[in-house]
Design a protein around this ligand. Structure first.
Ligand code: SF4
Length: 499
């Protein structure tokens, strides 16, 4: 914990945003406005303000001051505070950059979906140069990150030319909360499946019900589905027969299944894949699957609790190919415990042997609830420079083999303040990933831990609704949750009609 005192500011609403920015530099920061004995860093702010102008200067003892000025003319109270917060954040970031020597390429931005900001400009038809300049001025973002965002957005619009018009449709997320074992870094609703057969049976009963009711509602309103995504957990943890019945239910219940643009099933854990399950995926025309190595170093897989072998990943990949799967995604994670440049190069070399249609490169994040975070001392991870080097290796590798970045997101406590990037061969991008990441369409979540997001057709305001995370609560209450969700959908889509 790094304790930082900021002298010259008082507004408590600033504490959290400043702590988030501080966390880009230090593991965990605590910000106070009154000097405390244990404060490790004291930053002095001078603020002057009148009706039209706001001026902030900040410095550390004996170091160069930084400043920022904002025009406040004609702004209401809320807008004034936003500008003031922005000016203080910019100065604070510059002071910490000067102190640590670390340059934050995302600037003061701590949100997880940066591309949304650029989409907003695109929707308003702002010329690119102006949009980029606005992002630089508002967030102090680097050219490198702005360029990455623009490439991603251009790709997204090439894949989904009607991206901004898909508000009238929905996508569906189906969460299956079981895995063979629980990985050490995982915070998803994922329960070891062995010994839970009774619970799986009841859960699937609830899920069939949700699919059927939601399908009925969509048909009655004549609303189309853009994409369907089975995640979890690992949706291929259930048996081939259970998968077969589930997809049959989907086909019977959902409107116009033939016109759904993409159906993905995560088969993340290779130890869940069998010829029978691949046949079921084929039978129901599943377009895309994920088989996730995360790493090709056996020791790492053991350390993070993935009880499968590297050979199994490779074998199951070939098996999936033999069964006609022609759009396979693979995930790699940068910065797994004990891994550095050498191990990551090995993972890239192995990927080269397989050449999946898409490759998602994650950077390890220490999520609060994971086993890894609770026992952090046990897991040694690479330092910031090495993490950055591995990210560069991923960029070079994907460029060399003609994969293009098509979506990105950031997470809190992500190593090196980097991002997760989805790369794909041209034309093989996952439409669901784009829809979900850019929040331009309502996503209905069915199953355990599934979160629904209702996007207001005009304001873009997001209303979230989450199903229970654990199977027991879900099994006891799925009817009630289905009713509430359908009521929210009704409200949302009638608002759209009245426009
Ligand atoms: S396979 Fe995925 S969902 Fe399952 S425990 Fe591991 S990280 Fe979590």
């Amino acid at each position: 914990m790094k304790s930082i005192t900021i002298s010259g500011l008082q507004d408590d609403r600033l504490i959290r945003p400043l702590e988030h920015i501080g966390n880009l530099f230090f593991e965990d920061t605590k910000v106070t406005f009154t000097p405390e004995d244990e404060a490790e860093i004291i930053i002095y702010f001078n603020v002057s303000e009148d009706e039209d102008r706001y001026f902030v200067e900040g410095s550390l003892d004996g170091r160069q001051p930084f400043n920022c000025e904002k025009d406040l003319a004609n702004l209401d109270e809320k807008e004034r505070f936003k500008e003031q917060k922005n000016a203080i954040s910019q100065v604070y970031l510059k002071v910490l950059q000067d102190l640590t020597g670390m340059i934050q390429k995302w600037g003061i931005l701590t949100g997880i979906r940066p591309t949304k900001l650029l989409h907003k400009h695109m929707q308003n038809n702002t010329p690119k140069v102006e949009a980029h300049q606005a992002l630089k001025e508002e967030y102090l973002m680097s050219d490198e990150k702005i360029d990455l965002m623009q490439r991603i957005i251009d790709r997204q619009l090439a894949v989904i030319p009607d991206l901004y018009d898909l508000k009238k449709e929905v996508s569906i997320y189906i969460g299956i909360p079981f895995c063979p074992t629980k990985c050490a870094y995982c915070t998803f609703p994922a329960y070891a499946i062995n010994g839970r057969q009774g619970s799986v049976f009841s859960f699937l009963g609830g899920l069939h019900y949700e699919i059927q009711k939601t399908g009925e509602w969509l048909k009655s309103k004549n609303i189309k589905i853009t994409t369907v995504y089975y995640g979890g957990g690992t949706p291929t943890s259930i048996t081939a027969e259970e998968m077969d019945m589930l997809y049959e239910q989907m086909n019977q219940s959902f409107p116009d299944v033939q016109s759904i643009r993409e159906i993905t099933v995560e088969a993340g854990r290779p130890d869940t894949i069998s010829p029978e399950k691949l046949e079921v995926l084929n039978k129901w025309n599943i377009d895309r699957i994920s088989i996730n190595p995360q790493s090709y170093t056996q020791q790492t897989l053991k350390a993070i609790g993935r009880h499968h072998t590297v050979e199994e990943t490779i074998d199951k990949y070939h098996l999936a190919r033999q069964h006609g799967m022609n759009n396979i995604n693979m995930d790699l994670i940068i910065g797994l415990p004990g891994e550095g440049v050498e191990e990551f190069q090995h993972s890239l070399d192995q990927t080269e042997e397989l050449m999946p249609e898409s490759l998602t490169v994650h950077t390890l994040s220490f999520k609060r609830a994971s086993e890894m975070t609770r026992n952090k001392a046990r897991y040694k991870v690479a330092d910031r420079d090495e993490i950055q080097e591995m990210m560069r290796m991923a960029e070079d590798w994907t460029e060399k083999y003609e994969y293009v970045p098509y979506y990105l997101y950031r997470q809190k406590n992500i190593l090196g303040n980097l991002e997760n990037v989805g790369y794909s061969k041209i034309g093989q991008e996952s439409i669901y990933n784009i829809m979900m990441m850019e929040e331009l369409q309502t996503v209905i979540g069915l199953g355990c831990g599934a979160s629904s997001k209702f996007i207001h057709p005009v304001t873009g305001k997001i209303t979230q609704f989450s199903n229970p995370k654990d199977p027991k609560t879900y099994n006891d209450s799925f009817e009630e949750y289905t009713d509430k969700k359908l009521a929210l959908l009704e409200e949302h889509f009638s608002a759209e009609k009245s426009l």
